[in-house]
Design a binder for this molecule. Structure first.
Ligand SMILES: Nc1nc2c(ncn2[C@@H]2O[C@H](COP(=O)(O)OP(=O)(O)OP(=O)(O)O)[C@@H](O)[C@H]2O)c(=O)[nH]1
Length: 795
């Protein structure tokens, strides 16, 4: 430790000289060897730690940084280092064997879900991490559905933190089944508690390494010199193991047998190869070169979910995982989604993120989906319909950049100089912009509805314009930050309390705004109360600017059904045309609508942003434009006035909508003695206690074995052991019990949890910790409705 501190102090945490060569190799790597991947997980599962371990393994950094000392490569923002959490996605190229991994470390906190959303769009593969104590958690399910939504083609699971007391490989795998993430999590390596005795932990013997059951490799860690964190491969061929009669053999053999049986069911070719082997024990001797191509095919077809394990903090399992990222995850060639006409000079790139730096200016992070992007390419933005000129092209490694002349197909990099491009836009070479086959590369993304807002208080009158410019810039980099003017006040809206705390700092530090954020206010919403359609029509016949204006509009309105999703860009509502086709709000700005329909749709915005009952924004509501027309010569504004008036009428006549308020899920870890007080406080603040568990044994987060149906185990190998000793160390009696941590899981209204940090400190003597995640909006009962309307001064 001391040696390392001295080394860090003298040399700093330097990148190896090789690292720049690694990065530049991106330019010369065959696209079939590129892996564009993201690390995704619930908060604190170890994504940044694994990224750092990967960088260390690839010799990118000479000594790895740590989240706990605020010295990692990808968490480079001051706020990230202070808090030890990831706030923004950072991408970094890693050279490993014949592959280049463009690795994106994403945040786990739900407040920064927008970053995960945009990263999900540009990767061909994801490594989803589980904390081996917690198993599948709320945000694991969240990122899994994001991956599904963006159809990310390949995934691996890494069960991390198996060195922690209370970790369970078995329960983690069962939680994947019970949470319905995948029906076939397929274990490809096993943890080893002690190489001398057993694979599975029976006492508090720790984690010594892992065994790769496909390749017959065992990785043992040098525990006597943790400073160097060296890795040794101690065994090789099955024959060697057999001759040594190694104690690990029976378990490995069982795992390999079950794996080969499972794969053979799905790969008849592998079955043929297996049957043709002329050896006494084909399960042991079937070579990995025969197994890996079938594993790859089954991973690409999503028939299996390959599972790896280890402890990133101690670099256990990292190199093994890296080998399989290369072997199993999809390359840009496997999933080329570009609707690219095969023409010379054609380029198609997707802007997956927009960043800002005081020195460097606007940075547009892109992935090249078609052709080769060169500095001289004139780009055309298919969403804003504007031409954009590139000033510089860069390869990006976290906070640093290296200028290059071109970005080839499949690569990710940064464009400097684009002035109008926003997160999610598709850009093509201007020369091919008229081609009708050129449209957006992937589905557009939009920010989820805000749950919290705060007033923005400018220091003086003369700062107001600067503050508004800063808000515009900030929301260009983070589309989940929005701002409005209400009753002469500027309000900023975000996805959670932590999100607004970060916005507060960024406005001042990054964008130089002279302002502070006022008291936080929860964003309540209203939804239409009736599930059945209410239709009304109206003829608008008034003068506009002294000219007669006549328009007819018929609308129907209903509440969205449980299984229907509104569009985020319509704040969770759906607007349909007469044929039932959704009209995306984003299309309004791009001129894709005919002028009269555009005016009509614009007219809906007013009543949707302030309901006639509560003045709250409407969500969860479906509006169908059944019919419309306007008299010849009437201005389009007549249609806007008619649609606005008729929607307001329908909402008003419906007898009042339902009020919704944002809810969070909270997990509190608290010593047994303070548990009662914590539960009482949560209940008094409208919290609903869902479960109380000893740390590491939660059924709700893990999913118990009896919850596994209906996903059958289908020949899966689920190891019997690896349950660390009880959380209470023996021989420590009462003191141990006093210190034993319990977890309380509860649902609570966000409005009651804004000051939870202070309250929890008071009720637990500063001994408890908590984490929260947004779970969306819930309908309130009549009493709470009255409370909310009084709070808003609208009762
Ligand atoms: N015991 C143990 N602790 C670990 C391991 N990996 C990470 N940690 C610790 O877990 C905590 C969270 O690690 P991070 O790497 O920041 O987790 P993350 O998933 O990147 O967190 P967010 O990005 O903020 O969601 C830190 O205190 C790490 O030191 C591990 O393998 N074993």
């Amino acid at each position: 430790m001391i040696a390392r501190l001295v080394r860090n102090h003298i040399f700093g945490r330097q990148r190896c000289p090789k690292s720049v060569q690694h990065v530049l190799r991106t330019l010369h790597t065959d696209a079939a060897n590129i892996r564009n991947i993201a690390l995704m997980a619930h908060i604190d599962s170890g994504k940044t730690t694994l990224t750092e371990s990967i960088l260390h393994a690839s010799e990118y950094v000479s000594n790895p940084g740590s989240v706990d000392s605020g010295s990692t490569t990808t968490d480079f923002l001051p706020a990230e280092r202070e808090r030890g959490i990831t706030i923004q996605s950072a991408s970094i190229p890693v050279h490993w064997k014949k592959w280049i991994f463009n690795l994106i470390d994403t945040p786990g906190h739900a407040d920064f879900g927008m970053e995960v959303e945009s990263a999900s769009r540009v990767v061909d593969g994801a490594v989803v991490l589980l904390d081996g104590v917690e198993g599948v958690e709320a945000q694991t399910r969240g990122v899994w559905s994001q991956l599904n939504r963006h159809q990310v083609p390949t995934r691996l699971l890494f069960i991390n933190k198996l060195d922690r007391a209370g970790s369970s490989l078995r329960n983690s795998i069962l939680s994947v089944l019970s949470n319905h993430l995948h029906p076939r999590p397929t274990l490809l390596c096993l943890p080893v508690a002690s190489f001398d005795t057993t694979l599975y932990q029976t006492g508090d013997s720790g984690l010594e390494g892992i065994v790769d059951i496909v390749r017959w490799r065992a990785f043992k860690w040098n525990t006597t010199d943790a400073e160097l964190m060296q890795e040794e491969v101690i065994t090789g061929t099955p024959e060697e193991l057999l001759s040594q009669n190694h104690p690990l053999l029976p378990e490995i053999k069982q795992a390999r047998t079950d794996l080969i049986d499972l794969l053979s069911v799905h790969s008849p070719e592998l079955m043929d190869e297996f049957l043709s082997l002329d050896t006494s024990d084909p399960y042991l001797t079937l070579p990995s070169t025969s197994i890996v191509p079938h594993l790859r095919q089954l991973t690409l077809r999503k028939e299996i979910l390959p599972v790896f394990c280890g402890a990133a903090l101690r670099h256990i399992g990292t190199k093994n995982l890296m080998d399989y990222i290369g072997e199993l995850l999809a390359s840009p060639v496997d999933v080329n989604t570009a609707k690219a006409p095969a023409k010379r000079g054609f380029v198609n790139v997707l802007a997956w993120k927009v960043g800002w730096d005081k020195q460097k200016g606007w940075m547009t992070f892109v992935r090249v989906y078609g052709g080769t992007l060169t500095k001289s390419t004139m780009l055309y933005n298919t969403s804003t319909r504007q031409k954009e000129r590139i000033s510089k092209l860069m390869l990006c490694y976290a906070a640093e950049h290296k200028e290059v002349e071109e970005l080839p197909f499949g690569s990710v990099g940064v464009i400097f100089g684009l002035r109008y491009t926003r997160t999610g836009d598709t850009l093509v070479s201007a020369s091919s912009s008229s081609d009708p086959s050129v449209s957006s590369t992937t589905n557009s993304i939009s920010a989820p509805p805000a749950t919290i807002s705060a007033s923005v208080v400018s220091q003086s009158q003369s700062d107001i314009q600067g503050v508004q410019n800063a808000l515009n810039s900030l929301s260009r980099t983070d589309p989940s930050v929005r701002w409005t003017e209400e009753d002469g006040q500027t309000l900023v809206h975000g996805l959670g309390a932590l999100h607004l705390e970060i916005v507060d700092g960024r406005l001042r530090e990054e964008f130089g705004a002279q302002c502070t954020l006022g008291k936080r206010r929860v964003s309540y919403k209203e939804t239409f109360s009736k599930a059945e359609e209410v239709a009304e029509s109206m003829t608008w016949d008034k003068d506009v600017l002294g000219k007669p204006a006549r328009a007819f509009v018929e609308l129907s309105v209903r509440r969205l059904a449980e299984d229907e999703n509104g569009l985020d860009e319509w704040d969770g509502n759906l607007v349909l045309d007469a044929a039932g086709k959704p009209l995306p709000a984003s299309a309004i700005d791009t001129g894709k609508f005919p002028l009269d329909l555009l005016a009509l749709v614009q007219g809906l915005r007013g009543p949707l942003s302030a309901s006639p009952h509560s003045a709250l924004p409407i969500t969860g509501t479906c509006i169908t434009i059944k019919n419309y027309s306007s008299a010849p010569g009437s201005p389009p504004a007549a249609l806007a006035s008619a649609s606005s008036a008729i929607l307001r009428d329908i909402l008003k006549n419906s007898g009042g909508g339902e009020l919704l308020e944002p809810y969070i899920k909270v997990k509190v870890s608290v010593p047994e003695t303070y548990m009662g007080k914590v539960v009482k406080d949560l209940s008094e603040n409208n919290g609903e206690i869902q479960e109380m568990a000893t740390d590491g044994t939660s059924l709700s987060s893990m999913g118990g074995a009896d919850e596994v149906a209906p996903f059958s185990q289908d020949g899966l190998y689920i190891p019997p052991g690896w349950m660390s000793p009880s959380a209470v160390p023996t021989g420590q009696g009462e003191q141990a019990l006093f210190n034993q941590k319990r977890s309380v899981y509860a649902l609570a209204p966000l409005s009651k949890m804004l000051d939870y940090q202070t309250r929890l400190r008071a009720v637990s003597g500063g001994q408890a910790t908590f984490e929260m995640s947004n779970i969306g909006f819930r309908q309130v009962d009549p009493m709470r409705r009255m409370e909310i309307l009084q709070e808003l001064g609208r009762a």
